[in-house]
Design a protein around this ligand. Sequence first.
Ligand SMILES: [Zn+2]
Length: 452
Amino acid sequence: MKRIVSLFLAILLISCCIVLAGCGDKSKTVLINGAPLSEYTVIIPEGCDNVTRYAAENFVDLTKDVLGLELTIKSDLADPMDKEILIGATNRAESKTETALKDKEYLLFTKNGKIVMQGYDIYIGGACGDFINKHISPALSADKRKIDITSIAKEPTPTEFKFANKSTSVIFMIGDGMGNQHIRMAEQNGLTKFIGKKLPYSASVTTSSESVLSGEIGWTDSAAAATAMSTGYKTLNAYLGLDKEGNQLKNIRELAYEKGAKTGILTTDVITGGTPAGYLCHHTNRKDTEILQAQIDKITNDKKIDYIKGEVGNSLTDETKYALDTLSAGGSPFFIMIEEAQIDKMSEAHDYNGTIDAVKRFDDAILYAVEFTLCHPDTMLIITADHETGELVPKITNEYKFEFKTYHHTNYNVPVYAIGSGCESITGDLDNTDLAKISAKAFTDSPFGNND
Ligand SMILES: [Zn+2]
C-alpha cells in the first residue's frame, strides 16, 4: 500500500513538473531586459480616450492569444512599479517626451526598464502592433520569442507605421443608410471626428442596383446593395446572392471559407435582414424570412461559418471585440462583415437623436477595429454604407443643423474609408461592386465579381 502511495505521489509530482514547465516555458518566452513579460503591468492614463484604451486592450488580447499570458491593464493612478508597459500619455516620468509626431507615426522605446508606447492619434496601436510583430506575433516561431529585448530603442524616435505587404484578413463594416451628411450631422452633434476620416484611403461610392439602372425605381435596397458588395455583381432590388437572371453568385464570405479563412457575420439587425442575408443567402426575395432562416441554419449546422450574431443590443464595440478575438485566434486569417443597421431605421423614422446615436455607436466599433488592424497588420479594414437614407441635407435653422427630406433611400453616393495593404485603389470614384473585388484580393489572386 505504501509503495502504491509513493508511486502515486511520484507520478503526481512528475505531472506537476511537466505542467509547470509547460506553463513556465510559455510565460517566459518573451523577456524584457531579462525579466519575463508576465511580470509586467500595462498602464494607461486615468480617464483616457478610447483610442488608448482599445490599443491597450488589443495588445493584451493578442498577448493572451499568442502567449497565454493574462496581462493586467491599470490606470496610472496605481502606484508606479518597476515593470510597466506605458501606453499613451501616462503620468509616469518615462512617458514624458518632447518628440513631436506626425500622422501615421508612433514611438516605441524603453526607459528605466519600462516599455513606452505612444502614437499620433489612432496610430498608438501602431506602437503596440510593432512590439507584437517583432516579439510576440503568432507568425514568429517560439524560439524567435526567446529574445532579450535590448534591441528596443532607448531614445524616442518617430517611426511611420507599415502594414504587411499583403492582407490576408478583411473586416468589412457597413453603416446601413449612412451617407456623408449623416456623418456630418453626428460630428456637429457631439462626435469629435468620424474615425473613418482619419484613415489613409477614402472614395465616393455609387450604389445603384440593376433596378435603378433600368429606371424601374430610383434607389437600391439593402439586399441588392449587399449583393453588390459581397459578390461584385449588380442585381435587382430584393435579390440576395443572385444576378439579375437569378443565377447563384459566390459571395466573399463563401470565397474566404473555401480558402480556409474563418468567417463571421455581426449585425444589430435581425440575421435575415437585407445586409447580413447578402453575405449568407441566395434567394429572389429578401422578405421570405423563413427561407432565408433555413439557408442560414444550414450554413450554421454544416459549420461553414465560425461566428454569427444578429440583433446585437447594447454594445456593438464589445461584440466586435469578441467577434474579432474569436475569428483571429491562433493567427487565423478571417473575413467578417459588421453592420450597424440602426442608422437606416432611425433615418427612415426621421429620428435625429436615434440617427446620431447610431452613427456614434458605429464610430466606436470602427475605432476598436482600427486598433485591432494596427495590431494585426495583415488585415484590411473597409468602412462604407449600402446607400443613403432619408435625403439628409444641411439646414441651419433645424435644431440638429440638418433635415431629412424623404422617408426612403436615395441614389446619393456614399463614402468609403479604408486602411491596410490592398486598399490603395480606394480613391476617387468607385462602384459598390469594386469593394467586393478589392476585399477579395485578401483571399484569391483570381478575378472576383464582374469585370465590366
Ligand atoms: Zn440598407
